[in-house]
Design a protein around this ligand. Structure first.
Ligand code: SF4
Ligand code: SF4
Length: 357
């Protein structure tokens, strides 16, 4: 079988999935040219030492290291130093093969082609794969300033508290806005933490920043009307994305692809006070998911639609909208591994053969 088809099958064994599509084969051809695809086929989703990789292929160690380093620099594979040696692993489609090569600013022609291919692949196959994940891979993190100080905020829902625990933070360009290009919202907004931040900063795909800079990015993205989202687990957050509904591959699962739970809602919900509302419709404009309408000169909330992002709160001129705790909400999985296990378990028939993270 063709190398690229074998690689697609291997990537599809990851819980995130990589369903077959000719568009995905074209993406793989761009990311793994001949000479590199053979090496990619020897990798797993767990780091493998280069000495073990070369035992399975007839090329000298130096040559293999040079190629694997180039692949890691492009963001096509994960590469790390372990002790005195180097180790490499495959990346899943999300976060990984979609984001990292697009975040790296390289040859503009190649970037445009890659962006168009990811757009087509997402529309054709990947949106359905991501949208059917149960629990969802990502969750909404509320704008912290929208939450009254008297209301409890869980530590794993407070973006600033989670960021404060990270030993390393990096920021890179948003791959969704690069590939879709449908708005002029801020681009350098994708925050990564610890292992992910270390890899991306070391490879020049993102830049290392301080906690203060990261908090400033959260504030600016809230002002710009972007929704904070993070991986749907409590411990060791890998990323915080700042998403627009026109480009984001995750938020569009809700608004375009008929997966109302494609991203987990926060444990908060908007609350409107009719007496204070002047019907100015600012909140209608701010809401990314169309949860507020103003049909009779007064704002009305569709509770089913509200994702609890808090974007409507800060701009209301009369403080008529606040964020409050939902009566019931789903507990976020503890770790990324437990999230992946639940996703695989819930799709075990169609996902037969996939591996744990
Ligand atoms: S922004 Fe405030 S005042 Fe204006 S419509 Fe919304 S809730 Fe009412
Ligand atoms: S009403 Fe809209 S903007 Fe306000 S919290 Fe809900 S989803 Fe966010």
């Amino acid at each position: 079988m063709h190398h690229y088809h074998l690689l697609q099958q291997k990537l599809d064994r990851h819980p995130v999935g990589a369903p077959y599509s000719e568009k995905f084969i074209e993406i793989l051809k761009l990311l793994f040219p001949p000479g590199e695809v053979e090496l990619a086929l020897l990798l797993d989703f767990k780091l493998k030492k280069v000495e073990n990789i070369v035992q399975e292929i007839d090329i000298p160690l130096d040559e293999a290291v040079a190629k694997l380093e180039d692949m890691a620099d492009k963001g096509a594979i994960l590469g790390k130093k372990i002790g005195g040696t180097r180790a490499y692993a495959l990346l899943p489609n999300y976060p990984g093969l979609f984001e990292y090569p697009l975040m790296r600013s390289g040859d503009p022609e190649n970037q445009t082609k890659l962006g168009h291919l990811w757009h087509a692949y997402y529309m054709e196959a990947m949106a359905a794969e991501l949208g059917s994940a149960n629990p969802p891979w990502m969750r909404v993190l509320p704008a912290e300033e929208a939450i009254d100080s008297e209301i409890e905020i869980l530590p794993y829902e407070a973006a600033s508290q989670m960021m404060a625990k990270a030993k390393k933070i990096a920021v890179g360009n948003c791959p969704c806005r690069i590939s879709e290009g449908k708005c002029d919202k801020p681009l350098e907004t994708c925050l990564s933490f610890d292992g992910a931040a270390e890899f991306l900063a070391e490879r020049g795909i993102a830049r290392a920043i301080t906690l203060d800079e990261a908090i400033d990015i959260l504030k600016k993205t809230e002002e710009a009307g972007l929704v904070h989202t993070g991986s749907n687990n409590q411990e060791n957050l890998l990323f915080i994305c700042n998403c627009c509904v026109c480009c984001c591959h995750m938020l569009r699962l809700i608004t375009e692809h008929n997966f109302p739970d494609g991203v987990a809602k926060s444990s908060y919900i908007a609350c409107l006070e009719d007496d204070l509302c002047t019907g100015c419709e600012i909140c209608v404009e701010r809401c990314p998911v169309g949860a507020i309408a103003c049909d009779h000169d007064i704002a009305e909330l569709s509770k089913d639609k509200c994702i609890g992002c808090g974007l409507c709160v800060s701009q209301c001129p009369t403080d008529a909208v606040t964020l409050t705790k939902r009566d019931t909400y789903t507990i976020t999985p503890q770790t990324l591994n437990s999230l992946a296990k639940q996703v695989v378990e819930n799709k075990r028939i169609s996902l037969e053969g996939r591996i744990d993270l």
